[in-house]
Ligand binder design. Structure first.
Ligand SMILES: CC(C)(COP(=O)(O)OP(=O)(O)OC[C@H]1O[C@@H](n2cnc3c(N)ncnc32)[C@H](O)[C@@H]1OP(=O)(O)O)[C@@H](O)C(=O)NCCC(=O)NCCS
Length: 140
């Protein structure tokens, strides 16, 4: 394994991003929509093993104080090797000094706890797909 960390979208095939999101069971969109979300983010991290995309994450921000992390995913065959941690460390470094919030996939909270995050007690969300989010255990 020879991991390269890339912090821009150059050379990324967004159909591969979609494939990884599908494999890990996360919400995905058409490649061009997915590309738009990454290109409009303040921080994008992609991990490659040689030339193979194996993971990514991104954060949006107000450019001064607040940021939110989305789409952290590692290809299943590369999970448990410290790559998720690298993505969070890279985002924290690039957005050093910002408050970071996120909502974890149900069951993944401890991954974020181990990476310095705390559970929010008053988090509220207005989701367009609220019913689906409720079924998946994101909201009450
Ligand atoms: C969650 C995910 C990003 C973690 O990435 P990873 O590369 O497998 O995790 P790492 O190997 O970097 O693990 C870092 C630490 O977190 C722990 N950890 C990883 N996944 C965990 C989980 N689901 N629950 C609790 N702890 C977890 C590891 O044991 C490790 O702890 P250690 O330092 O004490 O050994 C990855 O498993 C994934 O893509 N899952 C599917 C998609 C997903 O749910 N993404 C999160 C969306 S909110």
């Amino acid at each position: 394994m020879k991991i390269r960390v890339i912090n821009n979208c150059d050379g990324v095939d967004f159909s591969e991003v979609v494939e990884i999101l599908k494999k890990v069971g996360m919400r995905y969109h058409a490649p061009e929509v997915q590309e738009k979300t990454f290109r409009n983010s303040a921080c994008t991290i992609f991990l490659f093993d040689e030339d193979t995309l194996v993971g990514f994450g991104r954060a949006i921000s107000d450019g001064a104080i607040q940021a939110a992390v989305y789409d952290v995913a590692i290809d299943p065959s590369y999970q448990g090797k410290g790559l998720g941690r690298i993505i969070i460390e890279e985002i924290r470094e690039e957005l050093s000094g910002y408050n970071l919030i996120l909502y974890a996939s149900p069951g993944k909270e401890d991954f974020y706890r181990k990476n310095g995050f705390s559970k929010m007690l008053t988090g509220m969300a207005f989701f367009q797909d609220a019913e689906a989010k409720r079924e998946k255990g994101f909201i009450e």
